[in-house]
Write a protein that binds this ligand. Structure first.
Ligand code: DGJ
Length: 731
């Protein structure tokens, strides 16, 4: 998978269908980017770095060293020494200077891949993975960096990360470190990112790549309501199955930047890493800093192939939970059913009715602890409110278990309410700037997790809640973003470490949690989908996608999410109508069919919805059980997008052995006086004969090639927001 051409000094990394090449040039040993794209032969094409044309390399043309650095396609860009594009690294050294320029020293090719200390990271699993480690250094300031490239052949993925080490005799402040820099020629490319907001997460956004810096990122202390830590550079006009696509996904849950910079010479510099704003990490002599991973993939066959690469990569090589290949229990969550207004009796009523229709778990959401009657108090006081939960938590859980349901619970461990016993006892445990009134958001503060005793306290609370009763699921929420980045614990020189230390502490807490409670089903959440990123998937197999449970809004949210993340990770529930966020009314069936494309569950008061709706639940759950293995583990094909056509949406999941497929079709707007639609399927075996069972249609039998080339006819459904399930299975 990884070879080194000694004569030409070229590294070649091959996956099944792609090649990534780098080269060492000049006596100074600059590390340049040669090529990334379709798999090619080993011709040592160093001329792609344009080193044989003006301004040439510095030994041949010392008078234009600056021009060389400013145009050379590099793998790891310096700062302030002639390359004026986005740098990969910046420091403040013992003289207060910020310049860096690293060059190649040595390399090693290893089989396997190590985990990153304290950070989420991809792992080889059963597959043979090779890793290239290239050591770079800047001797003028005693700084070293190792660039790692791990090759996942089958998934067509290359995973990059960087470790920086201070070898100087004095501390150095690392003020910027990109995990990935890659230069390429700019053709007619566009930038695709996942933009959003609360209740509108991960909407696909495509824009032309103009000159200058085109970037997305987060400075909110969490990754992703507004911009997801993902970008793709795509050919103009790329579709699901046509066009070149370069995907970059950042395995991190905090501040990030993802950027494409189009330069004066029509090259593109792509960068991805921890956002350099609000970041200043002090490295003592001998200290190292490990930067998070970027998972890159290339597809020459449109977005669909990129999606399937990421789904396979994350399912096989990132998610560790024992639940990743298991059906999740069908849960009912009481948030939209009751909000804060519940007690033991109410929950038991819901549990009894839920059991009678086939639901398997009750999740008690926000409001069960301290004196919490609304969102103004008690975060941090993780003991049960016996006025609401009469008889206590254990009693409630035991009663729910007796009814025949599992029990799950909600917590928001990173937070503290100003009105809480915890804050009254430890006001210095909250993130705040000492000379300013701390900013409240949802009337709460964020705990300073850089402080070890806070991490201990938080872990103690979580584990004692979980140990106090038979709790089999935890929803870990985070409902505000970080501002006022000050720590009363960290020293003056270390304040810029707070945001990264915070994320590292969240990882440490979740690592302890899944180690001590290996069978716990953990669902991450952040005010809906504010932390839907690959970092969290290392700890939890699923993440709550959005507080917007409206089936039609979900079409767009789930389309953007599924572009990168497997369906098995997308928290999706059937909720009540009119929908609490949009006021829209959709058929109960459509709500169920859309939730089938995620983890599937309910978020409503089952004792209050209509009898007609209650009666539909058993069949919905049966459908979930019938198709969940396929949805969780199959290949994703997007056949049509409501976002694009403003009319209907269609997703197809094909089993790995191509023996069956599920198609979820949603007509959002009814069409007057129209004929049936022709729908061409994808991903089937052209030779196989399939039986097609569409709801209310006669069963037909056709070859895979007919279904994919001639297509199926979908009769024009009557009404808005109507869904149809089609099952295709090999005869
Ligand atoms: C935000 C989550 O996304 C909701 O599902 C719910 O748990 C609330 N927080 C509770 O405060």
């Amino acid at each position: 998978m990884i070879t080194y051409n000694r004569e030409k000094r070229i590294f070649k990394l091959d996956t099944a269908n792609t090649t990534y090449m780098m080269g060492v040039v000049d006596d100074e040993k600059f590390l340049g980017h040669v090529y990334y794209g379709d798999r090619i032969s080993d011709d040592g094409v160093d001329y792609l770095m344009r080193i044989y044309e003006m301004p040439y390399v510095p030994t041949q043309n010392p008078r234009d060293r600056g021009s060389f650095l400013d145009t050379f396609p590099t793998e790891f860009a310096g700062s302030y020494l002639g390359d004026y594009r986005e740098g990969s690294i910046r420091v403040r050294d013992k003289f207060g200077h910020e310049a860096v320029q690293m060059t190649y020293r040595s390399h090693e090719i290893m089989s396997g891949k190590s985990a990153l200390k304290g950070l989420p990271s991809t792992f080889p699993g059963d597959e043979g993975v090779e890793t290239l480690a290239i050591t770079m250094a800047d001797d003028s300031i005693g700084l070293e960096a190792v660039l790692y490239y791990s090759v996942f052949e089958k998934e067509d993925c290359i995973v990059r990360s960087v470790t920086v080490k201070n070898n100087d005799d004095a501390p150095i402040h690392l003020t910027k470190i990109m995990s990935m820099t890659m230069d390429m020629d700019s053709e007619d490319f566009e930038l695709l990112t996942l933009h959003g907001s609360w209740a509108r997460e991960r909407q696909i956004d495509i824009r032309p790549l103009g000159y200058g810096k085109n970037s997305v990122g987060s400075l909110r202390g969490e990754s992703s309501h507004q911009e997801n830590p993902f970008m793709a550079v795509v050919d103009k006009g790329t579709t699901q199955d046509r066009g070149r696509v370069y995907g970059f996904s950042f395995v991190y849950s905090g501040n990030f930047i993802a950027q494409a910079e189009k330069t004066q010479f029509d090259s593109l510099r792509l960068s991805m890493g921890i956002h350099p704003d609000c970041f200043d990490f002090k490295l003592e002599t001998g200290d190292s800093f490990v930067a998070p991973e970027v998972v890159m993939t290339y597809s020459n066959a449109g977005l669909g192939k990129m999606t399937r690469n990421y789904h396979d990569m994350y399912r096989q090589h990132l998610i560790r939970s024992p639940y990743k290949n298991r059906k999740r229990p069908v849960l009912i969550n009481n948030w939209e059913a009751t909000y804060f207004d519940f007690d033991t009796d109410k929950l038991l009523d819901i549990a009894r009715e839920a059991k009678s229709v086939g639901i398997e778990m009750l999740v008690m959401d926000d409001g069960w602890f301290g004196r919490r009657l609304d969102d103004n108090s008690s975060l941090g006081d993780w003991y049960v409110n016996e006025e609401k939960i009469k008889g206590g938590l254990k009693y409630l859980v035991d009663e729910v278990n007796k009814i025949g349901l599992k029990f799950g619970i909600w917590m928001e461990p990173e937070m503290v309410s100003p009105d809480s016993d915890l804050y009254r006892a430890h006001p210095d445990w909250a993130i705040a700037l000492p000379n300013r009134t701390p900013s409240r958001s949802r009337n709460q503060f964020v705990l300073d997790l850089s402080r070890p005793e806070v991490v201990e306290y938080v872990y103690g609370c979580i584990s004692s809640v979980l140990k106090s009763a038979n709790i089999e699921y935890l929803k870990w929420d985070m409902n505000r973003q970080i501002c006022d980045p000050g720590s009363l614990y960290l020293g003056k020189e270390n304040q810029g470490e707070l945001c990264h230390r915070f994320v590292m502490a969240v990882y440490e807490l979740q690592e302890r949690l899944i180690t001590d409670f290996p069978e716990l089903l953990l669902e991450n959440c952040s005010g809906g989908g504010g932390r839907f990123d690959p970092g969290m998937l290392y700890y939890s197999p699923q993440i709550w996608c959005s507080d917007d449970t409206d089936a039609i809004e979900r079409l767009k949210i789930q389309e953007g999410t599924a572009l990168v993340y497997p369906l098995s990770t997308m928290g999706a529930h059937v909720s009540d109508c009119p929908n609490h966020i949009t006021g829209r009314v959709t058929p109960f069936k459509t709500r169920g069919d859309v939730a089938l494309l995620g983890t599937f569950g309910y978020e409503l008061d089952v004792t209050k919805i209509s009898k007609d709706e209650v009666d539909q639940i058993p069949a919905q759950i049966e459908t979930y059980h019938k198709y969940n293995d396929l949805v969780r583990e199959g290949d994703y094909y997007r056949l049509a997008s409501f976002r694009e056509n403003h009319s209907f949406d269609c997703v197809q999941i094909v089993s790995k052995d191509k023996s069956e497929a599920l198609i979820v079709f949603v007509q959002v707007h009814g069409r007057p006086n129209c004929h049936s639609r022709n729908l061409r399927l994808d991903g089937l075996d052209p030779e196989k004969i399939y039986k097609v069972e569409a709801e209310n249609e006669e069963i037909i039998t056709l070859h895979g090639d007919t279904l994919m080339k001639a297509g199926l006819m979908i009769a024009n459904p009557w009404g808005d927001n109507v869904s149809i399930l089609i099952h295709v299975h090999q005869v």
